[in-house]
Design a protein around this ligand. Structure first.
Ligand code: DI6
Ligand code: FE
Length: 404
């Protein structure tokens, strides 16, 4: 490419949180087309770099583009009625056992067309985009049969094609037992392994495989069968584990070198050790903890002690976390789980990328990488976690394009 075709944009006098740490001097960052071309302290910035830039911006805080590594943002219907039932005293598990909960969303999702699901998901994903998210993981799990699971995953792929955001898909067919398989969980696991998963792979709709390993979900043995099938297709696995009880899903996930074990309120020390050994990320979901008025705090101190990377996500879904604002999770993780603001920021950038198997592509402001980052109208990165205040995102840069 000749020099004239290169578009150069320069950010100066910035405070840079690069995904792991905040640099202690004012920095400059140069983007050439869609890549980060240079990062340097202001004191090293030479006049020729400044003069070569087509556009120059000054001031603010830059972070990597945020990564929401756990969402269920495609679904039909609403569960506002269950919210009211819970306020009257019903528990999340009771509602699920009575055919509500996930299964009520399954009915609405099966009834919705692909187009209707796409349109329903748009405001949710747009809310994440407006909050600085540049990569989002989206799970299936409200279809629970081949046709409707694939329908959800196609909508997820389409969102990534039509909007300025990278979408990573996860097959969560093992989210709940569909009515057709009531009392036959083993049969449903077989259907996933022999039918739903192969079909999703053939259509290139699945980047990873997830399971709800729980009393109201699937057992460790059933989860293991699913993980084996996923591995046979070369897919990485992850889990909803230890959310409502200590069943052993996280240790199983570690045994299969899983990307992440998510929720993990009831995680024990042996499982923390196993996750540390396998490099499995601990994904914290304070939105679900908050919504369900949970009191069992994940074992943060143990995770620190064994240096298990902690990611942080919205779990955006119609039941246990109807929240589509990742910056709010920064505050909740600090207030409810006692993370430091730096840990929380690492959780939505550097560690979230690892949880998606993207640690070499995303989650860090690094020379040579795609220019996916955010410019915030604040003085110090910790302010993002400190106050709950929409409207601070000044620019969102996705693949070098400033689309805000
Ligand atoms: N755990 C969760 O937090 C979501 N799924 C899961 O297995 C909740 C999904 C829902 O309630 O619709
Ligand atoms: Fe979830």
């Amino acid at each position: 490419m000749s020099d004239e075709e290169i578009k150069r944009t320069l950010w100066t006098e910035i405070t840079l949180f690069d995904g792991q740490m905040t640099h202690d001097q004012k920095m400059a960052l140069l983007v050439e087309n869609d890549r980060i071309a240079m990062i340097s302290p202001m004191s090293d910035l030479t006049p020729d770099v400044s003069e070569s830039a087509d556009e120059v911006y000054s001031g603010g805080v830059i972070t990597p583009g945020l990564i929401d590594c756990h969402t269920h943002l495609i679904f039909g219907g609403s569960r506002a009625d269950e919210f009211e039932l819970r306020l009257e005293g019903a528990s999340y598990e009771e509602i699920a056992r009575n055919g509500g909960g996930i299964l009520s969303t399954v009915r609405a999702t099966r009834a919705a067309s692909e187009q209707a699901l796409f349109e329903a998901a748009l405001p949710r994903i747009q809310a994440l985009i407006n909050d600085g998210v540049t990569t989002v993981e989206i799970k299936s799990g409200y279809g629970l049969n081949r046709v409707d699971e694939l329908k959800m995953l196609r909508v997820a792929r389409r969102l990534g094609q039509e909007l300025p955001i990278q979408v990573v898909t996860t097959l969560l067919a093992a989210h709940a037992l569909p009515p057709e398989y009531a009392d036959n969980a083993d049969g449903y696991i077989e259907l996933i392994c022999n039918d739903i998963l192969p079909a999703a792979v053939t259509e290139n709709l699945v980047d990873a495989v997830d399971v709800f390993c729980e009393g109201i979900g699937f057992s460790v043995a059933q989860s293991e069968r699913l993980f084996r099938a996923a591995q046979a297709y070369g897919l990485l696995v992850k889990s909803h584990a230890e959310q409502l009880s200590n069943l052993g899903g996280a240790a199983l996930t570690a045994k299969y070198q899983g990307l992440s074990a998510d929720h993990i309120e009831w995680l024990d020390e042996a499982a923390v050790r196993a996750m540390a050994a396998s490099g499995t990320v601990a994904t914290l979901l304070p939105g679900a903890f908050y919504t369900l008025r949970d009191t069992q705090v994940p074992p943060i101190e143990l995770l620190r002690q064994y240096q298990v990377p902690m990611a942080l996500a919205t779990d955006g879904n119609p039941g246990s976390s109807p929240i589509f604002q990742l910056t709010l999770m920064l505050n909740m993780a600090c207030t409810l789980f006692r993370l430091t603001p730096t840990e929380a920021l690492q959780g939505v950038t550097y560690h979230a990328a690892k949880a998606l198997g993207l640690k070499h592509q995303e989650g860090s402001v690094t020379v040579g990488r795609k220019a996916n980052f955010c410019l915030w109208n604040i003085n110090n990165p910790a302010e993002l976690a400190y106050s709950i205040q929409p409207g601070r995102l000044k620019q969102r840069v996705f693949q070098g394009e400033i689309n805000r």
